[in-house]
Design a protein around this ligand. Structure first.
Ligand SMILES: Nc1ncnc2c1ncn2[C@@H]1O[C@H](COP(=O)(O)OP(=O)(O)OP(=O)(O)O)[C@@H](O)[C@H]1O
Ligand SMILES: [Mg+2]
Length: 449
């Protein structure tokens, strides 16, 4: 567990080559896109090493990833987010054009990024004070178990206390009931207000309500294990300096923040073609100052956006990046193309990534006692059939593999619990038997695959 936590923290010191190697574990091909995002990530770190007067001058080199549907654009963003310790927000640009979002201001993405950073820093701080908090909680649990025993460790009470401590540490008191004083929340009052309404307020209404009813507590009888959880939260809250957390989160957002704008092509194109949608060019205009660098008001104070890195992505079927308003184009100097995928890539996607589909199905069916194997010819056949369906109906990229695999293994999936423990080998003949008829019938494959 601890090791896993350490890994992303060092993510920003990864060299571009190391970043690409990490992405390679999950995404097949798309070398250019991987290289571009890897360089962008490294540039964040480089800028931090530059003397301060120059540091402020270095603007992030925003990127647009262009490529057909289902070839790994969003997947690259998802993996990158896991790799970097920077606050990373992924958001669909199309969200801002939806009917329900009329008037929702684009600036909220910066506030969301800040919320993310605050949570991230808070979690880090909590880890740091964990040991201290745990020690304090142990004393408080002993107080609850044996009221009044604390002050005289030498006396009789002290002895009992130490015995209880031993039992507590051995986990033998977890189900013991204790009387815990919990603060009463004013939460129900808050829920009258809608979430959207809360966002517009630049002061924290919730906190204010909390302060209106301070110190209201009540006794509750709970199991010791539950009391420990509650007290840990409380102690950690006491030990963490929230002002410092906010300061550090602000630094992270302003210096290292990354916003991934997915589906940016959805805010390109002629206006008024989709009825009640918010004007797409309007969304671009709203977006522009944030990308160019502006100050956004949040409940944590003002946030500068000058150095936030934007990575945009879109299929650009019906439009081109040159259809973006000119000012916007200038703010995204780096363009990378992702390529459409063919049978060779499909074969690798089925087997190589750490989360490869075939590995997933094997693990799933293994829970039923079935050891599933695929012959290399079978994998070739699946990749070939998926490509054929993509060519003849609609090219949905690697997403096609999901539908094809599901159909291929439907019978085995359904009967698995009745089959008992056994080995099943999927051969190319089996693949053809299950799928060929479907694939030859264009109408059928359109609906089923
Ligand atoms: N190059 C690839 N290597 C491995 N898996 C891939 C690759 N491309 C796509 N996939 C898989 O296909 C699915 C869809 O990919 P993704 O969400 O990245 O598509 P996209 O390029 O963002 O498409 P869209 O334009 O429709 O949003 C995911 O499950 C992803 O894991
Ligand atoms: Mg996508």
């Amino acid at each position: 567990m601890k090791l896993l936590k350490l890994l992303p923290a060092s993510g920003d010191h990864l060299t571009p080559r190391e970043t690409v190697a990490e992405l390679d574990k999950y995404i097949v091909g798309q070398k250019d896109a991987k290289r571009s995002v890897a360089i962008a990530l490294r540039n964040r770190w480089r800028r931090q090493q530059v003397p301060e007067n120059l540091r402020d001058e270095i603007a992030p080199k925003n990127i647009i990833m262009i490529g057909p549907t289902g070839v790994g654009k969003t997947e690259i963003a998802r993996r990158l987010a896991k790799l970097t310790a920077s606050p990373f927000l992924k958001i669909e640009a199309s969200k801002f054009t939806e009917v329900g979002y009329v008037g929702r201001d684009v600036e909220s993405m910066v506030r969301d990024l800040m919320e993310l950073a605050v949570a991230q820093v808070k979690a880090e701080e909590r880890d740091k004070v964990q040991v201290k908090a745990e020690a304090a909680v142990e004393e408080r649990l002993l107080d609850l178990l044996l009221p009044g025993s604390n002050p005289e460790p030498e006396g009789d009470g002290g002895n009992t206390r130490e015995k209880l401590r031993t039992m507590l540490r051995a986990g033998r008191l977890e189900d013991r009931g204790v009387e815990l004083e919990v603060s009463q929340r004013a939460a129900p009052v808050v829920e009258i207000f809608s979430a959207a309404g809360m966002e517009e307020m630049d002061f924290n209404f919730k906190d204010m309500l909390g302060n209106l009813f301070p110190g209201k507590t009540k006794q509750r009888k709970v199991k010791l294990a539950e009391a420990r959880e509650y007290l840990l939260q409380e102690e950690a809250g006491r030990l963490i300096d929230m002002d410092r957390v906010v300061e550090e989160a602000r630094r992270k957002v302003e210096q290292d923040g990354i916003i991934f704008l997915d589906e940016i092509d959805k805010i390109v194109g002629r206006d008024g073609t989709r009825g009640p949608d918010v004007s797409r060019e309007g969304v671009q205009r709203d977006l522009l100052p944030i990308v160019e660098g502006t100050t956004v008001n949040s409940k944590y104070g003002m946030l500068r956006t000058d150095h936030i890195l934007f990575i945009a992505s879109g299929a650009f079927h019906l439009s081109k990046p040159s259809d973006l308003i000119p000012e916007m184009q200038g703010r995204f100097p780096i363009r990378v193309e992702l390529h459409s995928l063919g049978p060779a890539e499909f074969e690798r996607i089925l087997t190589e990534p750490e989360n490869a589909l075939i590995k997933q199905y094997r693990a799933l069916l293994n829970t039923e006692g079935i050891r599933l194997t695929f012959t290399p010819e079978a994998i070739k056949e699946i990749a070939g059939l998926a490509t054929r369906v993509n060519d003849r109906t609609e090219n949905i990229g690697a997403r096609r593999l999901h539908t094809v695999m599901e159909k291929l293994l439907e019978e085995i999936s359904f009967t698995a619990p009745d089959l008992g423990s056994q080995e099943i080998t999927i051969t190319d003949a089996y693949v053809r038997e299950r799928l060929a008829a479907l694939i030859d019938d264009e109408d059928l494959s359109r609906y089923i695959l």
